[in-house]
Structure formats: structure tokens, C-alpha cells
Write a protein that binds this ligand. Structure first.
Ligand code: ES4
Ligand code: ZN
Length: 353
């Protein structure tokens, strides 16, 4: 039997395999799931239904988004809710080519609403394990401190997380940026480093380049989340390029939050031309109009990035991941093992006797 003719007509695009490194699990709460959880938990949402909620996603700044993001989280109450959220994300991510995801969550936002951290961790753990297996995605969790709650609250949060040390790979810093520089979080990041946790920080999304310098030099951040404002500071660009510090850029987020006025202002090409280690990510995809491959498609369609550049961006995501076995930065290179004595030219004689 011979194979039939190849199917004609346009083929569905096959998304590039990629890692997602900047993804807030709470930002994957789709309006439909939000309403199902609202009903399950008896938590009213001030919208007529999913379409009405989605119609409210007209943001003018990071803060205008965060207000709605924190309010809608109210429907997440129990472990099962977090498990459903995580599993739903992994199903969508896998369909967009994601093979590995390093996922942010906001412990303080849940504990402050009276949701025990144990429920959050149990639910995320179950959802990521089940969804990861089902959809073929490896995952790691990164707990973010809310910068607008200050460093003392972050230290308390890190203390609570110690009970779940084996469930997290790192810590991050997120929420309202302007007016909340990284520097006061030096102590909590140092404590996280002593725990062997990776460190990342949002910086240079709305905030100035100085916040990126602080994230690097004061917090020891291994990756910068967003970082697009680095382009305003040539010395900073040289530093980021020299050290190949990964930047987790999120184009659709930048557009929706008016960090970029239009696609022409999404500086991915400029960042690549400057030799920066750019990765493409989805941030809060349920709110920003697309998942990670939708961001890739936007770059191709709107900025004309070619296939080779898109493959480079996808390859960068694996290189920048904490799963990568290769060291990311010169500073992280381990000393070479001591030279072994040269092996004998021919097999040593067997010991007799
Ligand atoms: C966030 Cl887009 C963005 N920026 C800062 N913090 C966040 N938390 C969730 N999404
Ligand atoms: Zn983010």
C-alpha cells in the first residue's frame, strides 16, 4: 500500500520547542475558569460572566492590570483550584511548544487573603506533576516576593517557604515596580541564595535602568524579568551582553500594559542586535491576549523576524533556563577539575599473585 498524497492547503504551524521562563501562574487564570471556580467556591465576581470579565482587560499601566489581577485571584481558595489552574496552563503551554516552564507564583497574595500556603503548595504541586506528565512539560516553581509589601514581609514569606524547600527552585521579585527599587530586598535575596535558591527579579519593565543595576549587583539576580528599559543605558547594555544575563522579554505584556506603544516599540530586534541574551515569554497570558507562541508569532508577523532569529530566541530559552546543565554566566563557571595524570600508554600489567 502506498501512502496517499500529502494533505493540501495550509498546514497548521508547528510551534518551535521552547522553555517558558516568565509566567505568573495566577496570570493564566482564563475568564471561563475564573467563573467556574467562583461558582465552586461561592466567591462572587463583579462581572456578568466571562465575556464581561474579559471586556475589562483594557489596561493603561502595570498598576491598572495588577488591581484586576489581585482581585480576580479571589476565586482561588483551595488546593484543587491551584491544581486545576496549573494543569490548564500546562495543556495550553504544551500546545504552544513549551517543553519546560519555570513558573512564578505569588505566595503573599494568597496568604494575605487567608489561603494557607499549604493549600497553594499542595495544589500547584499536584497540578504541575499531573499536567507535566500528561503534556510532557518539565516544570520548576519560583516564589515571587511582592515588592510593594516591602522587605520585612518578604523575609516572613521566605521563612514560610522553608517548609516547602524541595518544591521551589528559586525566588523572584514582582508587583508594582516604580517607587519600589530592588535594593531593600538585599537581605532576603542573600538568605535565599544561602538556601541554594536561584534568584531572578522583575526590573526595567516600567522602572528605570538603575533598578536593573541593583537587581544584578545588590540582589545577585541571575536573570532579569522584562529588562527592556536597559536600552536607555549603554553601560548597562554592555554589562548585560558581556555577562550574557538572560532577559525574559514579554512582548504582548508590554503592549497591553503600554510599556510599548505599538509593535514597532517592542525592542526585541534592538536587544538582539546589542548582543543580549533575549528570551520570549508570556507573563500573564490570560490577560494579555496570548500564550508564548502567540508572542513568537507576533514577532514574526509584526516585526518581520525571520525563522533563524525565532529559532535563536527559542534556543536562548533553554540556554537561559535553570534546567540547563551548562553554566549561564562567566561568574557561574565552576573551577576546572584538577588535571588527572595522563593515562598509561599501554595497559598496566596485571598484578600477579
Ligand atoms: C506582573 Cl506584568 C507583571 N509585572 C510585575 N508583576 C507582575 N505580577 C504579575 N504580573
Ligand atoms: Zn511578570
Amino acid at each position: 500500500m502506498t501512502a496517499g498524497p500529502p494533505p493540501s492547503g495550509p498546514q497548521p504551524p508547528c510551534p518551535l520547542p521552547k522553555a517558558e521562563l516568565h509566567l505568573h501562574i495566577e496570570g493564566t487564570l482564563e475568564p471561563g475558569l475564573a467563573f467556574r471556580l467562583a461558582e465552586r467556591n461561592g466567591v462572587p465576581l463583579p462581572y456578568a460572566g466571562p465575556a464581561d470579565l474579559a471586556a475589562a482587560y483594557a489596561f493603561t499601566s502595570l498598576q491598572s492590570f495588577l488591581d484586576l489581577y489581585y482581585a480576580t485571584m479571589a476565586v482561588l481558595r483551595r488546593a484543587d483550584d491551584f491544581a486545576d489552574l496549573a494543569r490548564a496552563y500546562l495543556a495550553r503551554a504544551a500546545a504552544q511548544g513549551v517543553r519546560h516552564a519555570e513558573i512564578f507564583f505569588d505566595p503573599q497574595a494568597h496568604v494575605a487573603r487567608g489561603v494557607p500556603l499549604a493549600e497553594v503548595m499542595r495544589g500547584l504541586g499536584q497540578g504541575l506533576a499531573a499536567g507535566g506528565e500528561r503534556f510532557g512539560v518539565s516544570t520548576g516553581l519560583i516564589a515571587c516576593f511582592l515588592r510593594d509589601r516591602g522587605p520585612g514581609a518578604a523575609l516572613d514569606c521566605l521563612d514560610q517557604l522553608r517548609g516547602y524547600r524541595d518544591q521551589i527552585i528559586g525566588v523572584g521579585l514582582d508587583s508594582a515596580e516604580v517607587g519600589y527599587p530592588p535594593e531593600p530586598f538585599a537581605e532576603v535575596f542573600a538568605a535565599a541564595a544561602r538556601e541554594g535558591l536561584h534568584r531572578v527579579a522583575h526590573a526595567g519593565e516600567e522602572g528605570p535602568p538603575g533598578y536593573i543595576w541593583q537587581a544584578l549587583d545588590v540582589l545577585g539576580a541571575e536573570r532579569i524579568d522584562h529588562g527592556v528599559r536597559c536600552l536607555e543605558d549603554p553601560a548597562l547594555v554592555r554589562r548585560l551582553a558581556a555577562d550574557q544575563v538572560p532577559l525574559t522579554v514579554c512582548p504582548l505584556s508590554n503592549l497591553r500594559l503600554r510599556v510599548a506603544a505599538s509593535w514597532a516599540d517592542v525592542p526585541v530586534r534592538e536587544m538582539l542586535d546589542a548582543g543580549l541574551l533575549v528570551t520570549i515569554n508570556s507573563d500573564d497570558p490570560a490577560y494579555f491576549g496570548g500564550y508564548v507562541d502567540d508572542n513568537f508569532q507576533g514577532l514574526e508577523r509584526e516585526l518581520g523576524l525571520d525563522g533563524e532569529t525565532l529559532r535563536q530566541l527559542a534556543a536562548n530559552s533553554f540556554r537561559a533556563s535553570f534546567r540547563a546543565s551548562a553554566p549561564l554566566r562567566p561568574a557561574a563557571v565552576l573551577p576546572a577539575p584538577p588535571a588527572r595524570p595522563a593515562p598509561p600508554a599501554r595497559p598496566a600489567p596485571r598484578p600477579s599473585g
